[in-house]
Every structure is written in structure tokens, then in C-alpha cells.
Ligand binder design. Structure first.
Ligand code: NAP
Length: 307
């Protein structure tokens, strides 16, 4: 594939930033890939690993002359970093991101955007529980979805260019408005993570089961939850603080449904339990058939790409 961008700049060089760099290089999607991270340690590691053409010393230097800048940082840092780079964005540059929440990203970034640059938020539905520049790999986005949430006044040609870029990284691409994205992801990702954080915490707090027993006898259900609950605390703190309304709404529904299951167990309503578990089994089959997971059991031990 021929290059889509002359100079691609990645701000934030953790799992997602480094994976974009690896995949963009694999696909020949940019003539030059420049990167910046706030800590000297991450910049040094990135330079050593060699997935960038150049590591910049400041955010302003990093975005200078770039026709696409992607912020690969926690959602809570978007406003501050956009303010830092806004004055250095080139004319016609696309500013995008990879944050797991979209309405908040727009609210934080838009007030700082210069008229000559274009904000197009994006969210790759791909990840692992690992973080940092060493965790990235070129195949992370292969066959996964990336959701673009363009703004009403976005130039369609710029949106098409960003779409082509994500397709070049290996993704399928969808577009939707930011509020809808945030509701969908609350159901498919944010609340499931919250439940995992909660259940793993509860299991280790229960006085009747020793912590050593939780580890020793961990069955596949608990092990799968611990994998999710090992996800980056900063990233997930920001997700819940910035997708507050949708998370609380979905959590309310989940709580009601849990009470219904609790009631069925209490009253011995096996039919209700069987019906519910049959429905959920069909959803799992649908995910496997859509190529978003394999039927192979791995009990949380393999490299997973489903955040
Ligand atoms: P990561 O591996 O922890 O990397 C985060 C990067 O952001 C690091 O380079 C870090 O810099 C930088 N950073 C952290 N706090 C910052 C701040 N306050 N100001 C400026 N830079 C800061 O995280 P990640 O998994 O790549 O996640 C990045 C984004 O991708 C998040 O918005 C997340 O919601 C989204 N996302 C993640 C996943 C996933 O599964 N991980 C999936 C889809 C989308 P230092 O290294 O210098 O500390």
C-alpha cells in the first residue's frame, strides 16, 4: 500500500501508540513516523526498540509538519495535551486519538483546536491487559473494529483518509456519533471491566476463603476475570470518570438483572436460569462466528486482544 500520510506523529508510546507504529510501518502507511512520550524512560525505550523513525524531545517538536497526529494517551489527559500541541499543528493536519470514550475527548479537545486543523476522534476496539512501549505488536488491529466518531463539520475527504489509514492497520472501520459510541462501549466493555474489577476484589476480600485458596483453586471463570481486572488502572480510572452517565445507566440495568437471577436461585426457578444461560450461549457463538474470538479454550492464558 502507498503511504497515506507524509509524517505521522504518535503522542503516547504505550501499547496502542507502539502498536500503531508497528502496524503503520508494516503497511507502509506513512513516509515518516515520529513519536513522543512524556517520560524520558519511555522515549528511550521507544528509541531502543526502533519502531519509530524519530523520537521528538517535546510535544510541539513532535507534531511540527505532521499531516496526522494521533493522541495515544489516557482519556483524562486529552485536554491538556491538545492545548500543548494546538499552536504547532500544521495547516490541514488531522488530529485524532484512540481513547476508549469519545464524547469527553471531543469536549476536552475542541476548545483548543485551531481552525486550520481537523479533529476526528477514533477508538480501536483492540487491546490487551499489557501496557507500555514494549507491549505493542503489528497484528493488534488485524480483523478488529475501529470506530470513528467524526464531527458534523468534518471534511469527508479527511475522514476517508483516516478510515483508509485504519484499514491499512488491519482494522474494519465503522462510523457513529460519539454519544452512541459511549453507550455501546459501556455495554460491551466498560461495565464488564467494572464487574471484573469488583468480583476479583470481592473474592480476595471474602473472610471465608483464604487469599491463597483464591489463587490455588482459581477456576476458569475467576481466572478470566483476573485477566481483565489486571488492565491498566490509569486508563480504566479515566474511562469511568469520563463515561459516567452511560456506565451508571448500564450498571443500573445489570444490577436489576443480577437481582432477577438471585431471585431465581432463591426460589429454585431452574427454567428461568436455563433460559437465560441458553440465550447467553448463543451470543458467545455469534461472537465466535463473527471472527471476533476463537472457540479454542485458553482460560486466560493466551495473548488476548479484546479490550
Ligand atoms: P499505555 O500502554 O499505558 O500508554 C499510555 C501512554 O500515555 C504512555 O506513553 C504514557 O506516557 C502516556 N501518558 C500517560 N499519562 C499521560 C499524561 N497525563 N499526559 C501525557 N501522556 C500520558 O496505555 P494504552 O493501553 O496504550 O492506552 C492509551 C489509550 O488507548 C487510552 O486512552 C485508552 O483508553 C485507549 N485504548 C486502550 C486499549 C487497551 O486495551 N489498552 C484499547 C483501546 C483503546 P509514559 O510512558 O511516559 O508514562
Amino acid at each position: 500500500m502507498s503511504a497515506i500520510f507524509r509524517r505521522l506523529t504518535l503522542i503516547g508510546l504505550g501499547l496502542i501508540g507502539s502498536s500503531i507504529a508497528h502496524a503503520a510501518r508494516r503497511g507502509g502507511l506513512a513516509d515518516e513516523i515520529v513519536g513522543y512520550a512524556r517520560s524520558p524512560e519511555t522515549r528511550e525505550t521507544a528509541a531502543k526498540l526502533g519502531f519509530l523513525d524519530r523520537v521528538a524531545d517535546s510535544p510541539a517538536e513532535a507534531v511540527d509538519g505532521a499531516d496526522c497526529v494521533i493522541l495515544c494517551i489516557p482519556v483524562g489527559a486529552i485536554g491538556t495535551v491538545t492545548e500543548q500541541i494546538a499552536g504547532s499543528l500544521a495547516s490541514g493536519a488531522i488530529l485524532s486519538d484512540v481513547g476508549s470514550v469519545k464524547s469527553s475527548v471531543i469536549e476536552q479537545a475542541l476548545p483548543h483546536m485551531p481552525d486550520h486543523a481537523i479533529l476526528i476522534p477514533a477508538h480501536p476496539i483492540a487491546g490487551t491487559e499489557e501496557s507500555g512501549p514494549e507491549s505493542g505488536f503489528a497484528e493488534l488491529f488485524d480483523g478488529r473494529w475501529c470506530i470513528l466518531t467524526p464531527l458534523a463539520d468534518n471534511d469527508p475527504a479527511a475522514v476517508a483518509r483516516l478510515r483508509a489509514f485504519w484499514e491499512g492497520l488491519g482494522s474494519h472501520v465503522d462510523t457513529m456519533d460519539a454519544a452512541h459510541h459511549d453507550r455501546v462501549l459501556a455495554v460491551t466493555s466498560h461495565v464488564p471491566h467494572l464487574i471484573a474489577y469488583s468480583i476479583v476484589g470481592t473474592a480476595s476480600d471474602l473472610e471465608t476463603v483464604a487469599e491463597s485458596e483464591v489463587v490455588k483453586y482459581s477456576a476458569s471463570g475467576f481466572r478470566d476475570f483476573t485477566r481483565i481486572a489486571a488492565s491498566d488502572p490509569t486508563m480504566w480510572r479515566d474511562v469511568f470518570l469520563h463515561n459516567r452517565e452511560a456506565t451508571l445507566e448500564v450498571l443500573g440495568r445489570v444490577t436489576e438483572d443480577l437481582f432477577a437471577l438471585q431471585r431465581a436461585i432463591r426460589w429454585g426457578d431452574g427454567d428461568m436460569l436455563f433460559e437465560r444461560f441458553t440465550e447467553t450461549r448463543a451470543i458467545r457463538r455469534g461472537i465466535v462466528e463473527a471472527g471476533q474470538d476463537t472457540a479454542r479454550p485458553d482460560f486466560g492464558r493466551g495473548k488476548s486482544t479484546e479490550s
